[in-house]
Design a protein around this ligand. Structure first.
Ligand SMILES: CC(C)(COP(=O)(O)OP(=O)(O)OC[C@H]1O[C@@H](n2cnc3c(N)ncnc32)[C@H](O)[C@@H]1OP(=O)(O)O)[C@@H](O)C(=O)NCCC(=O)NCCS
Length: 195
């Protein structure tokens, strides 16, 4: 299966939203959130990548700008959302989007990438618990979900510990988005996290 990963363009918007609607069938808000983030000036610089099979978009990942408070002389990014069309899941596409996105961010000078996502999925890409490294989420994460707040330190970028509270784009700056119950007992394997 030839898979192409490239930067998304405005012409991909409808396909991107339809991927997220299909990937998060019970959460139409993820498609809405994606649309809002893509036109949110406070989310820039962002990195929006699509995965294509036979020229058809089947996956999308978005990284948006984040900052630390107190201020740090580093650039940060937040991964949200990531979605793969249901018929193309578990074929390595989500992983390729993550790996290629992280490589581009590392080359562009980003120091660390945050995500609120399932703790069984992201650590395989190098993500670690962010709270224990001193990084607080934009809004308090319920204790039972604390291990879903993760960070990936891009090699060689953070020479010394620099914790703080992460500030995100306006479209993500809503407390309800951070109360995800990924560690809830009712969590299903298909619900790999909020983002
Ligand atoms: C989560 C998601 C982005 C992963 O992308 P993907 O292309 O399917 O995943 P990959 O092929 O790169 O990785 C596969 C691994 O992810 C995990 N995984 C992916 N989908 C899964 C599912 N539905 N149930 C359980 N594990 C799953 C498994 O560990 C799997 O490894 P395995 O097949 O060896 O068991 C995709 O499944 C998706 O869009 N899901 C719905 C939306 C969502 O939950 N997004 C949030 C991401 S935190």
């Amino acid at each position: 299966m030839p898979l192409i990963i490239r930067r998304a363009t405005d012409a991909d918007l409808a396909a991107i939203l339809s991927i997220h609607r299909a990937a998060f069938p019970d959460e139409g808000s993820v498609a809405d959130l994606t649309a809002a983030l893509l036109c949110d000036p406070s989310a820039k610089p962002d990195l929006s990548l699509v995965a294509l099979v036979d020229d058809k978009p089947v996956g999308h990942i978005l990284f948006t700008a984040a900052h630390l408070q107190p201020g740090a002389a580093h650039r940060f990014s937040l991964l949200a959302p990531l979605g793969v069309a249901p018929e193309r899941q578990r074929q390595g596409i989500g992983g390729r989007l993550i790996v290629e996105g992280l490589a581009i961010l590392a080359r562009s000078g980003v120091s660390a990438v945050f995500v609120l996502g399932h703790p069984a999925y992201y650590p395989r890409f190098g993500f670690m618990p962010a709270g224990s490294l001193g990084f607080a989420a934009p809004y308090p994460i319920p204790a039972k979900n604390a291990d879903a707040w993760l960070v990936l330190l891009l090699e060689g970028k953070l020479s010394k510990p620099c914790g703080g509270t992460v500030r995100c784009a306006k479209a993500l700056d809503h407390p309800e988005l951070w109360r995800e119950s990924v560690a809830d007992p009712s969590f299903k394997p298909t619900d790999l996290g909020r983002f």
